[in-house]
Ligand binder design. Structure first.
Ligand SMILES: Nc1ncnc2c1ncn2[C@@H]1O[C@H](COP(=O)(O)OP(=O)(O)O)[C@@H](O)[C@H]1O
Ligand SMILES: [Mg+2]
Length: 328
């Protein structure tokens, strides 16, 4: 099918007086990994829920895999896979049983089921745990199983709402390897949300969302270039002379720093080779600091993206499962 995998125009969601999503517009190419990056409460989950037909938009239009999320709900649902922000496996069933349940709901042909289950469990490294109860799984294993489940019906677009929230860095890295592998192997379009800066780096393009609005959208590289220059720190055999030369020849602004020469340039990666070639003083050491997505968010909003305490709350939500005492 031609066209975009996801196409959104002026999407709005209000909850009473609260405008959770405030007129967002964007398009995701087929095969792209597209990320929504923003702090808690920015409107990420609400947007995903509208795209997945779980929530009706207050205004605006959205198409997923070419289908309208309001008038073609069933077609949209068949085209997508969804991994919720909160865990949604039945942990009193085995991994295999969780997948079977999903296969039935999504009408995966019975003749296909065993093959797909095996292939996906292998992909997420859980084949040897297929017959174990999910309750015995670690947080990372559960997340991997949820990703496998989301792929069982071969969706065109996979939605991942905070896929690695509350997981340790090593498990996060592991899950990212699967996501990137998936993109290569299946050409699946991936739409994900995150409030982890480092994680957004894995996306082909990022939309930064704050208070329901997209405040910037581009590749991570271009977003960072927007912030301003790169910082170069340098020591030479004769810093006074080097400084004089930097000022006169390159017109750079020397920043305050006690024990080395520190200055800002537009493209450090291009400036350093030139400097090494042309500077009349021997360089002893040189380092480059590129702006991070944190710097981008800070520049755009004046705030840090990660509020204190948010992560701890998420970890609790993920691990503490409340179940009625007599339900088992
Ligand atoms: N069902 C709901 N009813 C009322 N307010 C909601 C509901 N769902 C989300 N919100 C509010 O909408 C805003 C955006 O929430 P959400 O989309 O979950 O943000 P994010 O996923 O970026 O953390 C928040 O202020 C949240 O409290
Ligand atoms: Mg959310």
């Amino acid at each position: 099918m031609d066209g975009f995998a996801v196409e959104v125009e002026g999407l709005v969601k209000k909850f009473g007086d609260l405008v959770a999503v405030d007129g967002v517009s964007f398009a995701v190419d087929r095969g792209e990994i597209f990320g929504f990056l923003g702090p808690n409460g920015a409107g990420k989950t609400t947007t995903i829920n509208m795209l997945c037909t779980l929530l009706a938009p207050t205004a605006g239009k959205a198409r997923v895999d070419g289908y309208d999320v309001q008038s073609q709900k069933n077609e949209v649902r068949r085209s997508i896979g969804l991994v919720f922000q909160d865990p949604s496996l039945d942990d009193r069933l085995t991994a295999n049983e969780n997948l079977d349940f999903h296969a039935v709901i999504y009408a995966v042909p019975p003749s296909e089921r065993e093959k797909r289950k095996r292939e996906l469990l292998e992909m997420v490294d859980l084949l040897d745990r297929a017959e174990d109860l999910v309750i015995t799984f670690s947080g990372g294993m559960k997340r991997r199983l949820e990703i496998a489940r989301g792929l069982l019906h071969y969706p065109k677009v996979l939605f991942l709402d905070e896929p690695t929230i509350g997981l340790d860095p090593q498990t996060r890295q592991y899950i990212w390897e699967y996501i990137e592998d998936l993109k290569k192997r299946e050409d699946t379009t991936i739409f994900l949300t995150t409030h982890y800066m480092e994680e957004a780096e894995h996306c082909d393009r990022i939309a930064i969302i704050d208070h329901g609005k997209i405040i910037a959208m581009d590749t991570s590289e271009n977003l960072k270039n927007m912030v301003g220059g790169d910082i170069i720190r340098m020591k030479t055999d004769d810093d006074a002379r080097a400084e004089e030369e930097l000022r006169s020849r390159y017109d750079v602004n020397i920043l305050e720093d006690r024990d080395c020469l520190c200055f800002e340039v537009d493209r450090g990666d291009e400036f350093i080779p030139q400097l090494i070639r042309d500077l009349g003083v021997r360089i002893q050491s040189i380092s480059l600091h590129r702006p991070t997505l944190d710097d981008v968010f800070l520049k755009l909003t004046g705030r840090e993206i990660r509020e204190e305490g948010a992560d701890e709350l998420e970890i609790m939500r993920r691990t503490v499962r409340v179940r009625p005492p007599f339900a088992r």
